[in-house]
Each structure stands twice: as structure tokens, then as C-alpha cells.
Design a protein around this ligand. Structure first.
Ligand code: UGA
Length: 430
């Protein structure tokens, strides 16, 4: 099928490349000319494992191209995905500016198309947005939804760092549909995928996305609360999580305790759901506490550091890992941002290292020293804070510890290295 994807962020680009690899003809649209040019040259504008190779292959085979011309890309498409960002405003609401603009551009293209096509929202939007905000804009094309064109809401569940793999091997495909014809057409796109398909209404699909992300975030805050108790008791939260996770009604995944969740999704989506519930007259007690606990969890390492070193003034501390998780250069809502701010407030000399995210962090914290390697960050430091569980940190050795002024690693994430117990300490484990 001919597919157009509006927006070349993590979701749009991975979905575009993934669908092209399943045999569809994909056009990716973005307003950023530089990005469009890069994609057409077979270059990948974002850091994501496997995507550069796949993108290059699809472009060279002529299965994927990029353009800034929304109107003609829409006019030639059987299915159009809206995959633009829905960032958070100061109050936690989602900002619909980009999706409204994209819908307007799409409606222009729709008026130039003869015959039926489906417009599917992939962006994360609160219940009601597709039907009450996007659909009326699309109808400015002069066409009638459910008659001349179909409308779907098709949330995406891929994770940064494993995005392409997740897109191609989803646990389920959720198709929210205005009517059966819309859903039937969208489902055809996924005929080569092996996942179960959930057909539902538009609002249900929108809430499945928020429900999934909020429950995953809740699991993390829950295990961190248990972890904080474990710390008091001097026991290991990972032993507790393993035992709990063996109950088939529960699930071991997303029970990895540490310094909490970051990224462009969980913090934003939980807050957006809270705001939405409040507007609907509901009282989101659990979710408010999920956010509050996560905020406190981020800087627990610094509290621990203060207990260990007493006076932090003038001390040198290595911060290992800056991205919000391994496998990405994305620092959005990364615990490292708040940790570095706290350290600076306490007049600590920070030496930071990350295999991929230093350039991004430099824009946020320009006056921090960035090192070429974790070894260089550790050398001469009074302590190290392990913030992101990049696999290369598993290689930290006793020899590396010897180069430190004071050999001590406080772990915000669980690592698998072989270091003496009295030189390392976890945020929620001994
Ligand atoms: C998350 C969801 O997992 C995806 O399904 C969803 O599609 C995506 O948001 C989105 O809405 O776009 P992502 O934010 O890329 O994906 O990354 P995750 O792997 O979910 O990790 C999020 C944060 O939680 C990271 O900071 C990670 O370190 C933390 N985390 C994760 C924990 O602290 N403990 C865990 O057990 C798991």
C-alpha cells in the first residue's frame, strides 16, 4: 500500500522504515528540510540501533522517501499516519499545536485525492482528541468522515533504544476505529505482522496508550517505594522483585528499582493523564503519587552521597551515564539533569561521561567537564554516581577504582560488574 507518515521523530521514522521493510511504499513528511534531505540521502537523523541500516536499505530500494510537501504526499496515500509530537505544556497538558497543524495540512492533501483513504493518529493523545479535534479539521477537506475517508487511532508502543525491533514485533496492534471500514483498511497494513490485533473505538485506543504507559510507570514507582524500604532494612530489592515477579498474575518486567523513570514518554504521559482526569472531575490519587515518588527518587543518589562524604563542597564527583536509558542519546527528563543541577548547587566539581549523550547534555549543562571515557571521569574523583546502565559500565574494574581519590560508586541503576561490596552501594539495595 502507499503510506504517508507525517513526522519523522522516533515513532514516525521507525514506523516508516518498518512498514517499508514489509513491502509498503512509504513517504515520510517533515517540515525540517535538513532532516528530509538527510533521509533521502539514506542517512539517519536520530540515534537508534538498527535504524540507519534499515533506512539506507529502504531508501536505496526506492521503498521509502522523504518530503516537505504534505499535500502531494497525502494525495497519493492509501493510509496517512499522523506521528507528530504532543509535547507537554507548563501545566502538564498535552500541546496539540503540532497535531492540529498537521491535520490542517493533511486536509488540504485530502481534497486533492480521488477515492477513499484512511487517516490514522499515531501520536499520543488524550481520549476524545481524534474524534473531537482531528476529525473536524480533516473534514475541512470537504469530505465526510466514515463516508469519503476513514479515521483510526493506532497507538504505538515502541521503546527508544529498541524502537525498530519493537515496531516490527509488537505484543499487540491496537486499532481504534471510527467505523469498521476504516479499521479493515488499516488492519491490512499489518497483514505481515505476527501480533494479535485489538479492534476498538477511538477513545478506547487513546486510553489504552495512556493506560499502558501509566501502569508501567506505576510499577516502577511501586518497586522504588518498596526499594526505599529495602534500603532501610539493609536488604536487596532485586531479590524481592524476583520473588514477586514469579507470580504469573504479576510480571517481573518493569520492576527494576533505581533512580526512577525519565524519557519523553512516561513523565509526560502520566502528567497528561492526571490533568485529563482532573478535567473530567476525577481524582487521580495513584498517579499523582507515582509522579511525586519519581521526582524524589531521581536525586536520592545525591542524598546518599552527602551521607557518605559529609561535606560535598569542592569535592569531585564522576557522573556515569547521562541519557535517560541505555541505547539512546536522548536526555529528555533524564535523572542525570537533576542530579548534575543538585551537585552544582552543592559546589561539587562534576566530571560527566556518556557514550552517546554528552553533546545533548552539554547544551543543558554547558559548564560541566565532559570526559572521553568513564576511566577519565573516575580518575581522581571522590566518588562516582552511576546514572545510566550502559553495558560498558559493567567493565568497570578494581583497577579503575584504584585511580579514584576515594574509591566509591553509588549506583542508581543495577550493574553486573565484579567490584568489592564495600566500594559500591545501590540506591535501593546494599
Ligand atoms: C516507553 C514505553 O515502554 C513504550 O512502550 C512506549 O511506546 C514509549 O514509552 C512511548 O510512549 O513512546 P521509553 O520511554 O522509550 O518507552 O523507555 P522505557 O524502556 O519504557 O524506559 C522508561 C524509563 O523507565 C527509563 O528511564 C528506564 O530507565 C526506566 N525504567 C524502566 C526503570 O526505572 N525500571 C524498569 O524496570 C524499567
Amino acid at each position: 500500500m502507499d503510506i504517508t507518515v507525517i513526522g519523522t521523530g522516533y515513532v514516525g521514522l521507525n514506523a516508516g522504515a518498518g512498514l517499508a521493510s514489509k513491502g509498503h511504499n512509504v513517504t515520510c513528511v517533515d517540515i525540517d528540510e535538513e532532516k528530509v534531505e538527510k533521509i533521502n540521502d539514506g542517512e539517519c537523523p536520530i540515534f537508534e540501533e538498527g535504524l540507519p541500516e534499515m533506512l539506507e536499505e529502504m531508501v536505496s530500494e526506492g521503498k521509502l522517501e522523504a518530503t516537505t510537501d504534505t499535500v502531494s504526499a497525502v494525495a497519493s496515500a492509501d493510509v496517512v499516519f499522523l506521528a507528530v509530537g504532543t509535547p507537554m505544556d507548563d501545566e502538564g497538558n498535552i500541546n496539540l499545536e503540532y497535531i492540529r497543524q498537521a491535520a490542517e495540512d493533511v486536509s488540504e492533501g485530502m481534497s486533492e485525492r480521488d477515492g477513499y483513504q484512511v487517516i490514522a493518529v499515531k501520536s499520543t493523545v488524550v481520549p476524545g482528541t481524534t474524534e473531537e479535534e482531528v476529525l473536524p479539521i480533516l473534514e475541512r477537506s470537504g469530505k465526510e468522515a466514515g463516508e469519503d475517508f476513514g479515521v483510526c487511532m493506532n497507538p504505538e508502543f515502541l521503546r527508544e533504544g529498541t524502537a525498530l525491533k519493537d515496531f516490527l514485533n509488537p505484543d499487540r496492534i491496537v486499532i481504534g476505529e471510527l467505523d469498521e471500514k476504516s479499521g479493515d483498511k488499516l488492519e491490512k497494513i499489518y497483514s505481515e505482522f505476527e501480533a494479535p490485533v485489538v479492534r476498538t473505538g477511538l477513545k478506547e485506543a487513546e486510553l489504552i496508550k495512556y493506560g499502558s504507559n501509566s501502569l508501567l510507570a506505576t510499577k516502577i514507582s511501586f518497586i522504588n517505594e518498596i526499594g526505599n524500604l529495602c534500603k532501610q532494612l539493609g536488604i536487596d530489592v532485586y531479590d524481592v522483585a524476583d520473588g514477586v515477579g514469579m507470580d504469573s498474575r504479576l510480571e517481573r518486567s518493569f520492576l527494576n528499582s533505581g533512580i526512577g523513570f525519565g524519557g519523553s514518554c512516561f513523565p509526560k504521559d502520566v502528567r497528561a493523564l492526571i490533568r485529563f482526569m482532573e478535567e473530567e472531575g476525577e481524582d487521580p490519587k495513584i498517579l499523582r503519587n507515582v509522579v511525586e515518588l519519581n521526582q524524589g527518587q531521581k536525586v536520592k543518589l545525591v542524598e546518599q552521597l552527602e551521607q557518605k562524604l559529609e561535606d560535598l563542597d569542592g569535592k569531585t564527583v564522576a557522573v556515569l551515564g547521562l541519557s535517560f536509558k541505555p541505547g539512546t542519546d536522548d536526555i529528555r527528563q533524564s535523572p542525570a539533569i537533576d542530579i548534575i543541577s543538585e551537585l552544582k548547587e552543592k559546589d561539587v566539581n562534576v566530571k560527566a561521561y556518556d557514550p552517546e549523550a554528552m553533546e545533548n547534555m552539554e547544551q543543558r549543562h554547558p559548564d560541566t567537564v565532559y570526559t572521553e571515557s568513564y576511566q577519565e571521569a573516575l580518575e581522581g574523583s571522590d566518588a562516582a554516581l552511576l546514572v545510566t546502565d550502559w553495558p560498558e559500565f559493567d567493565e568497570i574494574s578494581r583497577k579503575d577504582l584504584k585511580t579514584m581519590e576515594n574509591p566509591l560508586i553509588l549506583e542508581g541503576r543495577r550493574m553486573d560488574y565484579d567490584l568489592p561490596d564495600d566500594k559500591t552501594e545501590g540506591v535501593t539495595w546494599p
